[in-house]
Design a protein around this ligand. Structure first.
Ligand code: SIN
Length: 298
């Protein structure tokens, strides 16, 4: 972390500093307090850093639920959680706790423990969320890192023959709420539930903000290529999963309580490394379903 490169931002207000998180992706913005009002110029700055670097970290925050929701709303319309966690009834509907914390013997949130394969949030619905934000509250002494893989770079690095082969193809993504507590196997191998959600998306996505192409498949949720024999589809997807997760495309974030980190699900996959289930881990999540247009920021 110590050797992160400074990023030059023309007109950056005094007191703010921007640095690269890694050579793969990510920017860190220091010097902000997100608990109070956030001016439009700051929103524009964060939005452009997010578009350019795919992941934006703002460390050192102390946010309650309402403050995090208000900050999330700077980026766009927030999503609603799936609502499967009874105990969360009193929580703001845009908030989901990613935690292994329990109350009365029951998990109070979602995705409690263990490794998670790379994925893109809500890629199993017609209109997936465009961005996800986590606020770190309790972090185990080791492990539980969130890893981010740059899918612009993964696409750019594919051989031309593979690019030609997959452009125009779609793949089916699946998620089974409550169908598994093991996110280190493909979701399609978990037990089927009546709640299974599934949607076919183009395997190559053109980002509406940057116009750049990104690979849009993932090991956790992408099941098969539409219209392709299953064995051929499995081989193609297996090759793409191995390609897109290479270390050269990945940044592993070691959380510090107070970190606020937002990523763009259209050009970044994320995964989680395993950690000791006996240690508490708690992050507060909101998702952005639709970004504000430039006009809305005027
Ligand atoms: C998620 O996939 O949304 C959770 C990531 C994490 O727990 O690090």
């Amino acid at each position: 972390m110590g050797d992160m490169q400074q990023i030059a931002v023309p007109g950056l207000p005094a007191g703010l500093a921007v640095r690269a998180l890694s050579s793969a992706l990510g920017a860190e913005l220091r010097g902000l307090d997100l608990s109070g009002p956030i001016g439009r110029d700051t929103v524009r700055l964060m939005r452009s850093l997010l578009h350019e670097h795919c992941v934006l970290l703002v460390p050192g925050q102390a946010l309650d639920e309402a403050q995090q929701v208000r900050f999330g709303e700077c980026f766009g319309r927030l999503g609603r959680t799936l609502g499967t966690f009874d105990i969360l009834r009193n929580v703001h509907p845009a908030i989901m706790y990613v935690t292994n914390e329990k109350a009365d013997g029951k998990y109070i949130g979602a995705l409690p423990d263990g490794e998670m394969f790379f994925h893109s949030d809500t890629c199993y619905v017609e209109h997936p969320c465009v961005a996800t934000m986590l606020y770190a509250m309790k972090i185990p002494s080791s492990g539980g890192d969130t890893r981010f893989a740059n899918q612009y770079a993964a696409w750019d690095a594919l051989p031309d023959a593979v690019k030609r082969r997959i452009e125009g193809l779609s793949a089916v993504n699946t998620y089974e709420p409550g169908g598994t507590d093991n996110y280190a196997v493909p979701i399609s191998r978990s037990r089927p539930t009546p709640n299974a959600r599934t949607w076919a998306h183009p395997m190559v996505l053109t980002h509406p903000g940057s116009g750049r192409k990104a690979l849009y498949v993932n090991r956790l949720m992408t099941e098969y290529v539409v219209g392709m024999p299953r064995a051929e589809s499995d081989a193609l997807l297996g090759m793409l999963f191995d390609h897109q997760e290479q270390a050269r495309f990945v940044y592993a974030h070691r959380w510090t309580p107070g970190d606020v980190l937002i990523w763009d699900n259209r050009c970044v996959l994320h995964a989680r490394s395993d950690f000791d289930a006996g240690q508490e881990r708690k992050l507060r999540r909101v998702t952005v379903d639709a970004e504000h247009t430039e006009d809305a920021l005027q």
